[in-house]
Design a binder for this molecule. Structure first.
Ligand SMILES: NC(=O)c1ccc[n+]([C@@H]2O[C@H](COP(=O)([O-])OP(=O)(O)OC[C@H]3O[C@@H](n4cnc5c(N)ncnc54)[C@H](O)[C@@H]3O)[C@@H](O)[C@H]2O)c1
Length: 241
């Protein structure tokens, strides 16, 4: 029970990787809040896995503050934060509209900034906390058709390293996990032929299960990683090393 008496917030935790992280944290004793923009999924997932739901659009500063205040008033603290909410709007640069660029940067990068900024003063006050940002292999290696997504995730890695340096002296650790291709509703919908093409590029010849990302995230959140901060751990089956 590595997370007994710990209070966690996982953004975008209603499905996919975030849901797997929430489940894993619960199984190790944490009280877990999931913050999500999709109210229906938020309620259904919370009922299913035993999380506490809080409606939160990570791009809306006032709503983020309100959500964090709700958690603090109910549970008194936030020990663990996972900035997982993320979207894609893939298009080749020549066809990418400014709206596509702004939407992805706003959720994936500015969203993590807003939630971190709202939570971190409380961690600093307690002299204790751990944050994991969910980046992507694309943030390090790039990908045609994903200039907005690659920039957001590369930015999130740089953000992780900068904030880690700011708060390390207050016993707050900030790390990133960079997953490769993970089996979620998004990737499950890919045609078999496209998947086969991806498998050729991945030395392990398969996509990962969300649980294989979750286990690394909870390691970084736990005291087992007590001397790790500002780090990026790749979980990509050897795709990019
Ligand atoms: N699936 C993959 O292969 C993969 C690979 C690398 C990185 N990632 C990253 O992992 C994270 C989770 O991905 P996933 O595949 O589980 O995605 P998903 O689409 O299954 O889940 C994303 C969740 O975020 C929520 N969300 C979206 N916009 C939001 C907002 N503005 N505010 C609050 N919540 C919002 C959604 O409602 C959803 O519950 C993302 O950051 C993604 O970029 C995914």
């Amino acid at each position: 029970m590595r997370f007994k008496d710990k209070i966690a917030l996982v953004t975008g935790g209603s499905r996919g990787i975030g849901k797997a992280i929430a489940q894993r944290l619960i199984s190790e004793g944490a009280v877990v809040w999931i913050g999500d923009i999709n109210e229906e999924m938020l309620q259904a997932t919370s009922k299913e896995i035993g999380t506490k739901p809080v409606l939160m659009n990570v791009t809306d500063e006032a709503q983020v503050k309100e959500a964090v205040d709700k958690i603090l008033s109910e549970d008194g603290k936030i020990d663990l934060l996972v900035n997982n909410a993320g979207i894609t709007k893939d298009k080749l640069l020549m066809r990418m509209k400014k709206e596509d660029w702004d939407a992805v940067i706003n959720v994936n990068l500015t969203g993590a900034f807003l939630v971190t900024k709202a939570v971190i003063p409380h961690m600093i006050r307690k002299r204790q906390g751990a944050i994991v940002n969910i980046a992507s292999v694309i943030g390090e290696m790039g990908n045609a058709g994903q200039a907005n997504y690659a920039a957001s995730k590369g930015g999130l890695i740089a953000f992780t390293k900068a904030v880690a340096k700011e708060v390390a002296g207050r016993n707050v650790r900030v790390n990133a996990v960079a997953p490769g291709f993970i089996l979620t509703p998004m990737t499950e919908a890919l045609p078999e032929k496209v998947k086969e093409e991806y498998f050729k590029l991945i030395p392990m010849k398969r996509f990962a299960k969300p649980e294989e990302v979750a286990s690394v995230v909870v390691f970084l959140l736990s005291e087992d990683a007590s001397y790790i901060t500002g780090e990026v751990i790749r979980v990509n089956g050897g795709l990019y090393t």
